[in-house]
Design a protein around this ligand. Structure first.
Ligand code: NAD
Ligand code: 0WE
Length: 258
């Protein structure tokens, strides 16, 4: 059955107890994985303290700052994995960012700087982390990223993030093709809307959640732990034949046309 004992898993994207990455980390831990956790550092070190306290019960053997805009921090992270673990089995990419200005109003008004920032943090970072993980995944591996329906269909105000997610989903396919011969699988989970730090900062998210509760086949939204279960499955031998896919964990919303 689902068993991740002996597997080393790096989880990015935990900001607080509502983060999807926190739901994933808990399920990977439950399945027996050894965890490494990275967080986005801030000037005052507040994030570090909060995330450290949160993840303590999961006893991570690596806990490091990793801003994906900083090549040196990525290098430090993978150096620590090489020296502490020797090999990496699982990489969870669970981060995104666009300027708030670019998540409302006319998409055609997106600035060059805003477009570039969203693509760098939300899209390029997967390829960058996968490239760093590749030489450490010596016994094969599983890479999972988080995407959203707004990368495939137009969702009001998702704007530049939709373009970033479209690029992310295509990156999953190119990475799956390249890394497949090394028995490294690469998949995405397309989660339905969940209240998190990132989504709560978006105007109208509650209305969107209520819409999903009315329309989705399961008549509800999904939880971080449900996304975590799907991630644990994709990282396990149960999913050994699955790569390059986008798995919808959205209470069925994506199949509906009306
Ligand atoms: P969250 O705010 O908890 O997580 C976003 C994370 O991105 C944070 O931990 C933040 O620190 C990190 N981050 C931002 N910039 C970074 C940088 N430069 N370097 C390193 N880390 C950085 O919100 P979440 O909703 O859990 O988002 C996680 C992922 O799930 C994102 O990819 C998001 O697009 C995706 N997603 C979210 C929803 C939703 O409704 N919440 C739905 C589908 C997909
Ligand atoms: O991917 C996301 C969240 C992405 C996100 C959110 C923020 C808000 C705060 C990226 N960057 C920022 N930057 C900030 O300053 N989701 C899938 C959640 C989400 O975001 C939306 C949604 C949904 C759903 C934005 C507009 C419309 C719907």
């Amino acid at each position: 059955m689902l068993n991740l004992t002996g597997k080393n898993a790096l989880v990015t994207g935990i900001a607080n107890n509502r983060s999807i990455a926190w739901g994933i980390a808990q399920q990977l831990h439950k399945a027996g994985a050894n965890l490494g956790i990275t967080y986005l550092p801030d000037d005052k070190g507040r994030f570090e303290k909060k995330v450290k306290e949160l993840v303590e019960p999961l006893e991570p053997s690596i806990f490091l700052p990793c801003n994906v805009q900083d090549d040196a921090q990525i290098e430090e992270t993978f150096k620590a994995i090489a020296s502490n673990w020797g090999k990496l089995d699982i990489l969870i990419h669970c981060l995104a960012f666009a300027s708030k200005d670019d998540l409302t109003g006319d998409f055609s008004k997106t600035s060059r700087a805003g477009f570039t920032q969203a693509m760098e943090i939300s899209t390029y970072s997967l390829t960058q982390l996968a490239g760093a993980a590749k030489p450490l995944m010596t016994e094969g591996g599983s890479i999972v990223t988080l995407t959203y329906l707004g990368g495939v269909k137009v969702i009001p105000n998702y704007n530049v993030m939709g373009i970033a997610k479209a690029g992310l989903e295509m990156s999953v396919r190119y990475l799956a093709s390249e890394l497949g011969p090394n028995n490294i699988r690469v998949n995405a989970i397309s989660a339905g809307p969940i209240r998190t730090l990132a989504s709560s900062a978006v105007g109208g998210i509650l209305d969107m959640i209520h819409h999903v509760e009315e329309v989705a086949p399961l008549r509800r939204t999904v939880t971080q732990l449900e996304v975590g279960n799907a991630a644990a499955f994709l990282c396990s031998d149960l999913a050994s034949g699955i790569t390059g896919q986008v798995l919808y964990v959205d209470a069925g919303y994506e199949i509906m046309g009306m």
